[in-house]
Design a binder for this molecule. Sequence first.
Ligand code: CO8
Length: 262
Amino acid sequence: MSYECILTEVRGEGARKTGLITLNRPKQLNALNGQLMDELGAALLAFEADEGIGCIVITGSEKAFAAGADIAAMATLGYMEAYTGGFITRNWETIRQVRKPVIAAVAGFALGGGNELAMMCDIILAADTAKFGQPEIKLGTIPGAGGTQRLPRAVGKAKAMELLLTGRMMGAEEAERAGLVARVVPAASLLDEALAVAAQINELSGPSLMMIKECVNEAYESGLSTGVRTERHMFQSLFGTEDQREGMAAFLEKRKPAFRHR
Ligand code: CO8
């Protein structure tokens, strides 16, 4: 499939490589319209299905990861168009279905749907230029892709309320202190850092990576005892994998494991 609103590339050297998706509507600061969301969904599913891909990185431009949903595309929608037209739901859940680790490499603006997209990824790496926010309140609306739900889980109620009710932007350092982002890096090395993290992950065991994702996402969505039970079952099930045999044997034999991702 050829894309107009995103670029896709395969990066890396090893047996498992990284699928890189670059949001590419620079004139609109990567505002998320239906076409971009369709292309993003298709690219994610293609990398998910490709056994040669371990990890996926989503990035934007120096100026914007994404400045939100495309306001021009939704400004005149009526209720029924919004309700039935799929604009709000379009492919937003695809990223949640992806079982491989997804890293958001964020420089510049990550606003509204852009911040929501970053929060759906598994790890956010931020350039020191990154600015996060949910400015929907200034447009007379509210977040529509999980902002009121994921932001409080990430940064706590007090800061989430302040950001959501005022629409103010939060810089990268503040976002790191608040727990929204894993790490802040110089803007010039953002992509290299994200690809280095991805390369590290690509070396590790596929089944364990997927199960860690599932368990951590369960921590987000369920109570402690349910999450701990899921984790225990996943831990036990990994004893049925080749990678567990290899990982533990390699430790005992003092060598590097060669995971087969099975
Ligand atoms: N939608 C459409 N176009 C945009 C958007 C956007 N979200 N953001 C920027 N642009 C366009 C501008 O209109 C401008 O276009 P043009 O050159 O044709 O006038 C171009 O990008 C450059 O923008 P600016 O000139 O405004 O650049 P500045 O550097 O002065 O300002 C800002 C940058 C601060 C990012 C500013 O552009 C801004 O405030 N943008 C809007 C941010 C915003 O409100 N985002 C939230 C949108 S609502 C939302 O995301 C709801 C999510 C619902 C999820 C589910 C739906 C799919």
